[in-house]
Design a protein around this ligand. Structure first.
Ligand SMILES: Nc1nc2c(ncn2[C@@H]2O[C@H](COP(=O)(O)OP(=O)(O)O)[C@@H](O)[C@H]2O)c(=O)[nH]1
Ligand SMILES: [Mg+2]
Length: 345
């Protein structure tokens, strides 16, 4: 899943990008969006690898896209600047918490820009559909145009009322009808505050948490600098600052989970590996991450939950204790499941 790093210009997006991906921001690549693919650290996979001792251990990766960001005052061009985020699966909104900005206000202003950009897309489309409705067409097609017009008008009303398109509670077929517009206010949104050193250990402002209860934060620039130090210096500095750990890995996991992604594991002597899937995926959909043939030919999955495996520490013991399950095509994969897919090819 591609996650777009979004926000106003100067909010610290590129600093966050470097911190999460380990890649230097490259201004020459920024206009088209710079992509980085950090592995998603997972102590559970380390544990599995310690038991199976495989030739290879592979962590699933996520795709992060650094973007140029929005202009706070020249707003007219912001919809165009946001176009780069249209094909992202979710938004990581970065707020500047290191120079005394009002964070709730900054988030409100950013969300307004998203609403404004989506409204532009929807009203353009409404104009096109209106033209279509004036033409003579078979009744069936006319009916489709009318359905679309009604839906678009409803969404426009929600956006004009100051809420994202997600608040329109679209039904599955309605969502399909407007999917190609890639509305920004339908995407999962996570709010991340890049804090200054003086805010370490303090809670985020109430007003911000009211707008974004799951907002989280880290002193990104400081952590980047600390990561470059030798271990001893780092520990000494961190002790002075009252910090116990660098939070990069935790934050990557938070972003991953916040985008409604989970992992399942495959294990063996050749390779232990984590695979990312959207929460709610079925066994065959999970198998499809490994190979499309496995999805098509899916027969069943042999599954042990991570907790059960942790307790019994081998497939043999898991079988003895009756926690090695056979699951069929409708099984909903759970985070941490260890799976072996059986398929007919
Ligand atoms: N003090 C402080 N400065 C930061 C922090 N994060 C970024 N900056 C600075 O803020 C400026 C803008 O950061 P940048 O990541 O380029 O913002 P972008 O425009 O959103 O990509 C740069 O000069 C950074 O060095 C931080 O956590 N603390
Ligand atoms: Mg930048």
């Amino acid at each position: 899943m591609k996650i777009g790093i979004a926000g106003f210009s100067g909010s610290g997006k590129s600093t966050v990008f470097e911190w999460l991906t380990g890649e230097k921001p490259d201004p020459s690549r920024l206009q088209q969006g710079q992509v980085g693919n950090p592995a998603v650290p997972d102590p559970r996979l380390n544990f599995l690898a310690s038991l199976f001792n495989p030739k290879k251990t592979t962590f699933t990766r996520m795709e992060l896209l650094d973007t140029p960001g929005l202009h706070p005052t020249e707003r007219r061009d912001n919809p165009r600047r946001l176009a780069i985020l249209r094909d992202a699966g979710g938004l990581l909104v970065v707020l500047n918490g290191f120079s005394g900005e009002n964070l709730a206000d900054a988030l409100r202003r950013f969300r307004e820009e998203l609403l404004f950009a989506d409204l532009e897309v929807i009203t353009n489309r409404i104009d096109k559909v209106k033209d279509q409705l004036k033409k003579s067409k078979p009744a069936k097609l006319k009916e489709l145009d009318e359905l679309e017009h009604a839906l678009l008008t409803r969404i426009a009303g929600v956006l004009e009322g100051g809420q994202g398109a997600a608040a329109a509670n679209l039904k599955v077929d309605e969502e399909k009808m407007i999917r190609s517009f890639q509305l920004l206010t339908l995407k999962p949104e996570l709010v991340f505050v890049n804090i200054g050193d003086d805010a370490i250990g303090k809670p985020l402002p109430e007003a911000l948490l009211k707008l974004a209860p799951a907002a989280f934060y880290a002193p990104v620039k400081l952590e980047l600098e600390l990561a470059e130090l030798g271990e001893e210096d780092r520990k000494a500095f961190m002790a002075d600052l009252g910090m116990t750990d660098l939070s990069r890995d935790d934050n990557i996991r938070k972003i991953f989970a916040g985008m409604n992604q989970i992992v399942f594991f495959t294990v063996g002597e050749d390779e232990c590996r984590s695979w990312a899937i959207p929460k709610g995926s079925t066994g065959p959909q999970g198998a499809g991450q490994i190979h499309s043939d496995l999805e098509r030919g899916f027969v069943r999955a042999e599954v042990v939950s991570y907790a059960d495996f942790q307790k019994h520490r081998s497939m043999k013991e898991a079988k003895t204790h009756g926690v090695y399950r056979m699951e069929g095509k409708t099984y909903i994969v759970q985070d941490g499941d260890i799976m072996h897919i059986l398929a007919s090819t």
